[in-house]
Design a protein around this ligand. Structure first.
Ligand code: HEM
Length: 469
């Protein structure tokens, strides 16, 4: 009898010590809602997350087959989430769910050192000048190639251009020779990483996308080390002081001992730098084409003496608001309460916020569904409006580049590439839809959220360019 009493007391004490309130679980309709939810999660996430918020409030979970995903909504929770420590909600663990199969074991343990070296490289004036130079050269080449054709698929073409800029800048002029093969590898990896198998099955299950990803990882590694071995052949005496990031990491004392992780690092960078940069350039062009009066003013500004780019910068800011990622990923390494609530996120959960929805919340932005660059221009000073994410703000309503310890380290470089490419295209070429019917035949709300980062347009859209005399 006394054993029973002790057991009951112990149980009561245990639960009294660890009061846990469960995260409200989103419930879809019908018996097979779990399948419909998984489908909506990958095909129509905006709709699914809005429904879940309406049903459960600002904190909820969605069971996507084997994955338990907790979502936090609202500006305050955005900030709290992005400030949570790596050993609690892990960025490497979250991204790893998708990309571990293309990385060498232990890569994420060295992320801080590797990202630190990238940050130092990007902050050098010489790296920024080199990026700007590569951007102008590649943008001109691409625009001339478009002008020589009847019309082209916009996102696809910008993808080729951005990839070449990134390869030259981060890997070097010598890697340019293999840029096309690297782009094929990147596209193959993208489609297999986005596969539902990759998300829901553990990494040790050898499903077809996992096997292809392993083959792509090995191929990229071989190309990378072969090119490094032949660097002297390509670059001659200049090899040691080449302006690219690979050369920088070969002399930076923090990264020299991590040479074996460089293929993984450059794989991550191909992804991190590519998807969102392409999206920014392409969506800016699409949005201006859909707003011809803005397009005309941007062109006139850029073509004027001195080349004023205030409105272009406002367009870039507004495009960063309008087209943002639908979810970030963190893996819960330990059980912890959602800040400011009594709800507990269990260990092993995937934890996310939804920047796209924050950027389309009418409480944050007047007429959020309208793409309106003028909201970024302070008419009193004729300067760009600074987003109110400054220190001390209680929440975050503008997070195109994230916030906190994993805030985008490539923001400066992205700014140079996006501004440079758009300036070259809009100043020196006239742009138009492929045909007058093109805009009516495209559903611009069909966003492709399969990629990690900013969505692209499903099915793409065709445009043409004419070089100005
Ligand atoms: C318009 C283009 C870009 C956008 C919108 C963008 C956006 C972002 C965002 C939102 C994050 C944080 C993700 C999170 O918290 O889960 C991030 C992280 C990161 N980005 Fe970017 N990015 C862009 C371009 C680039 C470029 C060009 C590079 C490389 C040169 C880059 C490298 C990285 C890296 C390495 C991280 C991880 C940083 C860390 O863990 O400390 N990004 N980016």
């Amino acid at each position: 009898m006394w054993i029973l009493v002790v057991a009951i007391v112990a149980l009561v004490a245990f639960y009294a010590r660890t009061p846990k309130t469960k995260i409200p679980k989103y419930k879809g309709d019908g018996w097979f809602s779990f399948l419909a939810d998984a489908e909506a999660y990958s095909m129509r996430p905006i709709e699914l997350l809005n429904r879940a918020t309406a049903q459960c409030g600002n904190v909820f979970s969605i069971q996507v087959l084997t994955v338990y995903n907790v979502f936090l909504r609202g500006n305050e929770l955005n900030k709290a989430y992005l400030e949570v420590r790596e050993d609690v909600w892990s960025f490497g663990g979250g991204m790893g769910i998708f990309i571990n199969k293309i990385l060498d074991d232990g890569y994420f343990d060295n992320l801080r050192t590797l990202v630190g070296s990238l940050s130092r490289y990007i902050n050098r004036a010489s790296a920024q000048e080199y990026t700007a130079r590569c951007t102008t050269i590649e943008a001109e080449k691409t625009a001339d190639a478009i002008a020589a054709q009847k019309d082209v698929a916009l996102f696809d073409t910008v993808s080729g251009m951005a990839h070449k800029i990134i390869v030259r800048t981060l890997m070097g002029e010598d890697f340019y020779a293999v840029a096309d093969e690297l782009l094929d590898i990147l596209h193959d990896m993208e489609s297999d990483i986005g596969s539902l198998y990759s998300f829901i099955l553990p990494s040790w299950v050898p499903h077809p996308p996992a096997r292809r990803l392993e083959a792509a990882r090995q191929r990229f590694k071989k190309i990378f080390f072969d090119m490094l071995e032949r660097r002297g052949e390509f670059l001659g005496e200049k090899a040691s002081d080449a302006p690219d990031y690979v050369a920088y990491t070969m002399t930076d004392k923090t990264t020299v001992p991590l040479k074996h992780y460089m293929p993984s690092h450059h794989t991550v960078l191909m992804f991190a730098a590519h998807t969102s940069t392409v999206a920014s350039i392409a969506w800016n062009l699409v949005s201006m084409l859909r707003n011809p009066e803005v397009l005309a003013r941007v062109q006139a500004d850029l073509r004027s003496d001195g080349g004023d780019d205030l409105l272009l910068q406002a367009c870039i800011k507004e495009t960063g608001r309008y087209y943002a990622g639908i979810k970030t990923l963190r893996l819960a390494k330990q059980e912890i309460k959602v800040p400011g609530t009594d709800l507990t996120v269990p260990k092993g959960a995937v934890v996310s916020i939804a920047p796209y929805l924050t950027h389309h919340d009418p409480a944050n932005w007047a007429s959020p569904q309208v793409w309106d660059p003028s909201r970024w221009i302070d008419t009193a000073t004729n300067e760009l409006v600074v987003p109110d994410n400054t220190k001390g703000a209680s929440g975050l309503k503008y997070i195109p580049f994230g916030y906190g310890s994993h805030r985008c380290v490539g923001e400066k470089m992205a700014g140079i590439i996006v501004t440079g490419a758009l300036t070259t295209i809009l100043r020196d070429y006239d742009i138009a839809w492929a045909t007058p019917e093109t805009p009516d035949s495209v559903d611009f709300t069909c966003l492709d959220f399969d990629k990690i980062g900013t969505p692209w347009l499903k099915g793409d859209v065709r445009v043409k360019l004419t070089k100005r005399e």
